[in-house]
Design a protein around this ligand. Structure first.
Ligand code: ADP
Ligand code: MG
Length: 707
């Protein structure tokens, strides 16, 4: 029976309501979506290893029977789910110990005699030198009677479980989906391209990527480098790049207001607002922006610069060019704290020039908000700074010429678009500048943001001294507080950051509780402030203001201070539970200090025992402050999905591809896609590609309409 690609996944046997709901959580609704869920690993179950062959350090797939199993007796203090489960398995050649941490769930589930396929790395037992074991091997129970051809005797795909929908069940459903594949599967890649690159058709690629033929190289498969996998990865990148190429073309066809930039009046205005001598990088970036603004096509530029590189002033200069051209500018920031800070900076810098800045955040009182909206509508408000409140429906601009988005990785593409649409009322597209400190590895940024032109601030303002970072543990906290107290006594300020606002089950120190405790017990003579996301806006504003004016000396906070906060007199940052934070986040947090001429210290407090990965993260932080190096490490630790943040990842929507692992394919796909989009002679091929688009691509990018 054939099952069409656009059919509901529930048509597959074994996918009931519950599993369909799990799949739905991953955006998998149709059979086609499901087919894009590729195995993350493959096992050779044609020829299993035997227990006798097992050597320390090797990775093996074994077929063995359960001899005995149970909670480890000498670790009885670990109960329930946390128990360490011990399993002894044997085959014809010998027996092997396996240990499962948090293995309580296995109790009673594995019966002696049961057949298993086990996969894992063999190691020497730390507590019994000389004995080999596998720790937390992956395993599947096999049916004894009739052996399913999907389970053994072939290269078997292993899927990442989706909740309770485990690898084996996914495999079975996938087998069915593939068995029901129609004889013709639409293929968006042009035949000429497939031939040139030596790729299989989409249909064949799907079959071979899920259930590889026996002659396929296991090594290539596990490196995602088999022709079938490469083709599917390429396809994903290709369509993504095509959407960028077409989007860029469409944007170039739009009209924007061409600003006058070179006139003396504008130059004077720019000179007047600058509070300091710009760095070479800032000058370069502004020149690139100015050149865009002069054109009647909308600017679409990314300003990328590490934390503290001075993006804000470039944004304000950009706004001033718009203002001098009798247009409004809007600056959107992801948090109220940051919006308020930008507003204060804008007022400080722009008011002497007679420009009027306006703040619009949801925390304003209703009356204030209405008044602000009126001024935005009449054009009296020239530079409007705010949060998501800016894109609410009832906000109308008189003449919006420039849209600036700070920390753009915190926003979705749709939010950016909605702000841009505010300019559409007067029939012109706005110039857009997006800014980010997320240090995207150089090799990736152009390719991922292929529709944006990029300016980079690769130079820090002068006079900064490098931040000294050290890692320490709880028992040393008294010493940490002592050094913080010393800094405060010298007139400096500091941050103490906690991972959560309130006490929780996870036994993490919480900002509110620690604020009380620190005020009372540790720093009775110091002025402390508390800042977290759940405070009312007015309180947030108030405490930020008091921190800025040094009335608050130590700010106890959650990661709300992560983005953008700029108080140069703060020279110490203590981060408790530093092991809980990702690298990018730590880097952002640390970017709050080292902003003045004084030497700054970042102290990462972590427990003595933590995962190897956490230890490596902290070690990386202590070693380097180069945002790009940290980004590369982060990418290696976490993979690009998390690196780009769920929001962005979801939007990029890569299911098969991994921009880091598959860089070469990404570059190839970019070249091919842009060549196709830009080549007028290939319009017919392009039309055919768009007509054959997989449904999930249509859904994601509305690609079909773009072309
Ligand atoms: P970010 O790029 O992280 O947004 P900011 O724009 O907040 O950085 O700038 C960081 C700090 O550096 C601010 O205090 C700002 O006033 C200061 N700064 C920016 N550019 C210069 C410069 N050219 N010379 C001196 N200080 C500067
Ligand atoms: Mg900033």
């Amino acid at each position: 029976m054939t099952i069409g690609l656009t059919e509901d996944v529930r048509l597959l046997k074994g996918v009931g309501l519950q599993r369909a709901a799990l799949l739905d959580g991953r955006g998998i609704r149709t059979v086609e979506d499901f087919l894009a869920y590729l195995p993350f690993r493959y096992e050779d179950r044609i020829r299993f290893s035997t227990i006798r062959e097992v050597q320390p350090g090797g990775v093996y797939t074994l077929r063995a029977r359960v001899a005995s199993g149970g909670a480890l007796p000498h670790a009885r203090f670990l109960r329930g789910r946390d128990a360490i489960y011990h399993l002894l398995v044997q085959d014809a050649t010998g027996s092997l110990h396996c240990k499962f941490f948090h293995g309580g769930y296995l109790e009673g589930r594995l019966k002696p005699g049961q057949q298993l396929v086990l996969h894992g790395k063999a190691e020497i037992d730390r507590y019994r030198p000389g004995r080999l074991e596998m720790v937390n091997p992956q395993f599947e129970a096999l049916n004894d009677e009739q052996e399913d051809s999907t389970e053994v005797g072939r290269i078997v795909p292993i899927y990442e479980a989706i909740g309770s929908f485990n690898s084996r069940a996914i495999r079975r459903a996938m087998f069915q989906a593939l068995a029901g594949l129609p004889s013709q599967v639409p293929d968006p890649l042009p035949a000429e391209l497939l031939e040139r690159l030596g790729y299989p058709s989409r249909r064949e690629a799907l079959l071979r990527a899920h259930f590889p033929p026996p002659q396929e190289s296991l090594e290539a498969l596990n490196a995602f480098a088999s022709p079938a996998q490469e083709r599917l990865i390429f396809e994903e990148f290709f369509l993504y790049q095509l959407s960028l190429a077409l989007g860029r073309q469409a944007a170039r066809r739009e009209n924007a207001i061409a600003f006058r930039v070179r006139e003396d009046r504008v130059r004077q205005a720019l000179k007047r607002i600058l509070p300091f001598k710009p760095t070479g990088a800032q000058k370069r970036a502004l020149a690139e922006i100015a050149a865009d603004l002069e054109k009647p096509a909308p600017m679409n530029r990314l300003l990328q610069g590490d934390v503290g590189s001075g993006k804000t002033i470039v944004a304000l200069e950009t706004a001033v060019i718009a203002l001098e051209n009798r247009c409004q500018a809007a600056l959107m920031a992801p948090t109220e704290i940051l919006a308020v800070q930008h507003f204060l900076a804008a007022r400080r810098i722009l008011q002497p020039g007679g420009y009027r800045a306006e703040l619009l955040i949801s925390g304003l009182k209703p009356g204030e908000k209405t008044a602000a909206r009126d001024r935005i509508r009449s054009g009296e408000a020239q530079l409007v700074i705010g949060t998501h409140a800016l894109i609410e429906e009832n906000v109308e601009f008189a003449r919006l010429g420039v849209v600036i988005i700070d920390e753009q990785h915190r926003f979705g593409v749709l939010q950016r678009k909605r702000l841009m649409d505010k300019a559409a009322s007067h029939g012109r597209a706005p110039h857009v500048l997006v800014m980010t400190a997320t240090p995207i590895p150089r090799t990736l940024s152009l390719t991922l943001y292929g529709d944006l032109d990029v300016s980079v601030l690769d130079e820090l303002p002068p006079g900064r001294t490098p931040i000294e970072t050290r890692v320490t543990s709880e028992p040393h906290l008294p010493g940490v507080w002592e050094s913080l107290r010393r800094e405060v006594a010298r007139g400096r300020q500091g941050y103490v950051v906690y991972p959560v606002i309130e006490e929780s089950k996870q036994e993490l120190k919480a900002a509110i509780v620690e604020y009380e405790r620190l005020s009372r017990e540790v720093f009775p003579k110091v002025r402390l402030g508390l800042l977290h996301g759940r405070l009312p806006s007015s309180e947030k504003e108030d405490v930020m203001l008091r921190f800025r004016t040094a009335e608050v000396q130590i700010l106890v906070a959650t990661t709300v201070v992560e983005v953008g906060v700029d108080v140069p007199n703060a020279t110490v940052m203590v981060i408790e539970h530093a092991e809980r934070f990702g690298l990018a986040q730590l880097h952002q947090l640390r970017g709050r200090i080292g902003r003045g001429g004084e030497k700054s210290h970042c102290i990462l407090v972590a427990p003595l025992r933590m995962t190897d990965e956490a230890a490596k993260r902290l070690e990386t932080m202590a070693r380097t402050s180069d945002g790009f190096e940290i980004a590369e490490m982060d990418l290696q630790f976490r993979g690009p999905g998390e690196f780009f943040g769920t929001r962005q990842h979801g939007e990029l929507g890569f299911q098969v591809a991994n921009p880091l692992r598959d860089r070469k394919l990404l570059e190839l796909a970019r070249r091919e896609a842009f060549a196709l989009a830009d080549n007028v002679a290939q319009a017919e091929t392009l039309r055919r590609v768009l007509a054959q688009l997989p449904v999930h691509w249509q859904r994601r990018y509305h690609l079909a309409q773009v072309g």
